[in-house]
Design a protein around this ligand. Structure first.
Ligand SMILES: [Zn+2]
Length: 67
């Protein structure tokens, strides 16, 4: 299963993207505040094993049954 992911530039944590402004872990919302069109190209589909954000993974675990 592949998910759209975003790698944060400051700490290189890989998050799962929920929409253009948020990743799955709502706590990271602010880190996407400066996301621009260029950054959107950095969103790539990766297997879930590449995701390193624990919060995103926890959230995915909660909602994957609904997807
Ligand atoms: Zn995250």
């Amino acid at each position: 299963m592949f998910y759209p992911t975003f790698e944060s530039k400051n700490n290189h944590v890989v998050h799962i993207v929920k929409d253009q402004n948020n990743c799955l872990c709502e706590l990271k919302h602010n880190s996407f505040y400066e996301l621009n069109r260029k950054d959107l190209r950095n969103i790539v589909f990766r297997p879930v094993k590449d995701v390193t954000c624990e919060s995103c993974l926890d959230k995915l675990d909660e909602i994957k049954d609904l997807l």
